[in-house]
Structure formats: structure tokens, C-alpha cells
Design a protein around this ligand. Structure first.
Ligand code: SF4
Ligand code: SF4
Length: 92
């Protein structure tokens, strides 16, 4: 898959840009957005330079998809069998 097709899968919902906690192999979403996320457009304000501007930002590649970081209905992971869907903290 080329770069454009890979990027085109993103629906620009911004949900993966909220802070997360990883505990005992499971990812939990908090309600705190990344300070680089524009809450009106749901877009990253530093996208092209995000890995330098925000070192904690996790690049999405085939290796990171399996970590359970993205919401279960995100197009990047929706077709992964037995995907380890992250939880919202208030779900617990
Ligand atoms: S959750 Fe998926 S579709 Fe939404 S912004 Fe993140 S990568 Fe894109
Ligand atoms: S820096 Fe990363 S986590 Fe923060 S808004 Fe941009 S893409 Fe999302």
C-alpha cells in the first residue's frame, strides 16, 4: 500500500489523539486530548512534524497496529481478528 492510500484510510476523527494509559497489556483512553489536537477540526496541528513536536506521538505503521492503541472501529484495525480494543477509563 502506498503512502497516499495508507493515509486515506484515516477518517480524521481524532479519537486516537487522546492520552492513553497502558496497564497490564491493555490500553485505556483518558478524556484528555493531545495538546496538538485541534478540537474543532479533530486534526493534528503539527501533523507533518508531529514526531519532532510531540515525541510521545506514536507513528502508525503495521507494527504498531497490533498494540491496541486505536479504537476498534478505526479503519486501520477494524479487520484485525481478535483485536485488543482499548477501553475508556469510565468503562471500568
Ligand atoms: S482513530 Fe483511526 S480514523 Fe480516527 S483519527 Fe485515529 S487513525 Fe484516523
Ligand atoms: S501530535 Fe500525534 S497525538 Fe498529538 S494531535 Fe498530532 S497526531 Fe495526534
Amino acid at each position: 500500500m502506498n503512502h497516499e492510500n495508507w493515509e486515506a484510510r484515516c477518517q480524521r476523527c481524532g479519537r486516537c489523539c487522546y492520552e492513553k494509559i497502558e496497564y497490564e497489556g491493555r490500553v485505556y483512553y483518558t478524556d484528555k486530548p493531545c495538546d496538538k489536537l485541534d478540537l474543532k477540526t479533530c486534526l493534528c496541528t503539527v501533523y507533518e512534524d508531529r514526531l519532532r513536536e510531540k515525541p510521545e506521538c506514536i507513528p502508525l505503521d503495521k507494527d504498531t497496529l497490533q498494540r491496541g492503541i486505536l479504537p476498534g472501529d478505526c479503519p486501520y484495525v477494524a479487520d484485525i481478528p481478535d483485536y485488543n480494543t482499548p477501553q475508556l477509563i469510565e468503562d471500568e
